[in-house]
Design a protein around this ligand. Structure first.
Ligand code: MN
Length: 498
């Protein structure tokens, strides 16, 4: 159901309030950006009936929750101007400089990629994710896309059914997944829960029914228990930064239910206590104290601090029988582990800007060496290694680990991953040998092109074939992929031997 709608004036006020981590000169600059966006979108309305500018305002507002830098907030306000108004990249460059123009252009490029009819083989879905990153080129572009998507998902009810499903699936399979990959758990969880009712309506209702009263009961118990636990830990010499209780988000409850034979009583972390402390040593001391206070359930203890999850996640998890026989999961972690689990790559901006902590920043660039211990980094590193051996991992905000690959699309929407410089003939052989052999022409983004032309990421390539056609020997002079060259030579040799 639609939430109460705020006017653009109210939203702008909210935005300024949430930007208190930026210096005044940035706020002044953003005032100019806002005015530009307002006039660019003047007379446009959203399908919800509100002024169009409300959407970029909410997108920018979303970016403040991740404490993003000024150019990112500016690009959030401007993110639909290239796509939906008369504004172009040159105008933005003149007005606001190359960095902001580059970010807006990136969001438009990524927004043009539509995830549909992609066969749900893991490899193909993964290719699509990689293409999004390759085209974004800058991590901030992807983060703006997350903010844009969060707002679009909240107003998805306004679109026709078929569009709802396509966008919700894209959100779940592509954007939520990338958010987790970048370690931004807070965004991944929200995207999943927003998409859940559209993609799996029956399952969504089932989960809601199953957890119904249970949530409330657990929550009431934890509201009472949290301050008692804090008192107990502090009385025993452990300084507590914070105790939170966080409800597991619905989509992840469902994932867990499938593992637990749909038995809700076996999902012990429906609402978990999260104990946030200063140091790793404190975490282990607290663990001992908690096990002394409440009896732990056997086989439920996990030390992800000593043995982080494959994605780098760190925390101690234990399940205990607390007072009144309530079974609860307790998660114990330091603040740094907590931040890494929730904000991932976005945590740099957060701490760089907010508290003046420069630990991760070196000369304005993120120091990824200093970060190598942090959660999402190890997984991102593995991800990158499957593409290139480049040791220059994310030296800046640039996503350059795909710089030697291109990702082109079939008319049906499947993504083909090829080396830079690949031609329509390479593309044809990637689809199938027969398509390659009988290839006689190619259309790229609707236009006929020469077979030796070079493809770019995001190109939609349609191969025109003719039955009985044979490959031309000239192709070996321009195809990029060695495997394709061999296939062509082989096919020609076969023809000669006949
Ligand atoms: Mn948008």
């Amino acid at each position: 159901m639609p939430a109460p709608i705020k006017t653009k004036e109210e939203l702008y006020k909210d935005l300024i309030k949430h930007l208190d981590y930026l210096p005044q000169e940035d706020l002044d600059f953003l005032g100019g950006v806002y005015n530009f966006a307002v006039s660019a979108h003047a007379n446009q309305t959203r399908k919800t009936g509100e002024a169009y500018i409300c959407h970029p305002l909410r997108t920018a507002l979303e970016l403040t929750t991740l404490k993003m830098d000024m150019p990112t907030i500016a690009a959030g306000l401007l993110h639909d101007t290239i796509e939906d108004t008369d504004t172009d990249e040159e105008m933005l460059k003149k007005q606001f400089g190359p960095e902001i123009a580059f970010l807006v252009k990136g969001v438009s490029k990524v927004g043009g990629l539509k995830y549909k009819n992609v066969s749900e083989e893991d490899k193909k879905v993964e290719n699509f994710r990689n293409m999004i990153l390759a085209m974004a080129q800058d991590i901030r572009v992807v983060i703006i896309k997350f903010a844009d998507r969060l707002d679009n998902m909240r107003t998805l009810w306004v679109l026709p059914k078929d569009k709802q499903l396509r966008i919700a699936k894209e959100t779940l399979d592509i954007y939520a997944s990338i958010a987790y990959r970048l370690g931004i758990g807070v965004v991944g969880a929200q995207l999943e829960d927003l998409a859940f009712p559209y993609v799996f309506p029956k399952e969504y209702r089932l989960v809601q029914q199953l957890i119904g009263r249970k949530y409330k009961e657990k929550e009431d118990f934890l509201i009472k228990t949290a301050p008692e636990l804090k008192k107990y830990l502090e009385a025993n010499g452990v300084k507590v930064k914070e105790i939170q209780f966080r409800a597991k988000h619905l989509f992840s409850v469902w994932r867990k239910l499938r593992k637990e034979d749909m038995d809700i009583n076996r999902v012990y972390d429906l609402v978990a206590l999260r104990v946030i402390l200063d140091t790793t040593e404190d975490c282990y001391t607290a663990l001992g104290l908690i096990h002394h206070l409440w009896r732990p359930l056997p086989m439920r203890f996990k030390d992800y601090i000593a043995l982080p999850k494959p994605n780098g996640y760190q925390s101690i998890h234990t399940t205990v029988i607390a007072d009144e026989g309530q079974i609860i999961e307790v998660q114990i972690r330091t603040e740094a582990m907590h931040r890494a689990a929730e904000y991932g790559i976005a945590a740099h901006w957060f701490y760089g800007e907010n508290k003046g902590k420069k630990a991760y920043k070196k000369g304005g660039k993120i120091d990824f060496k200093a970060l190598s211990k942090i959660a999402w980094v190890s997984q991102l590193q593995k991800w990158q290694q499957s593409f290139t051996d480049s040791s220059q991992f994310l030296e800046s905000l640039k996503i350059d680990f795909f710089s030697d690959r291109i990702f082109a699309l079939t008319p049906k929407g499947d993504v083909i991953d090829m080396p830079e410089g690949a031609t329509p003939v390479d593309f044809a052989y990637c689809i199938h040998n027969d398509v390659g052999n009988s290839c006689m022409g190619a259309r790229v983004n609707g236009n006929m092109v020469a077979l030796d032309s070079t493809l770019k990421s995001g190109d939609v390539v349609e191969i025109i074939t003719k039955k009985g056609k044979k490959p031309s020997s000239s192709w070996v002079n321009f195809v990029k992929m060695t495997t394709v060259k061999k296939k062509i030579q082989e096919e020609i040799r076969k023809g000669e031997n006949k």
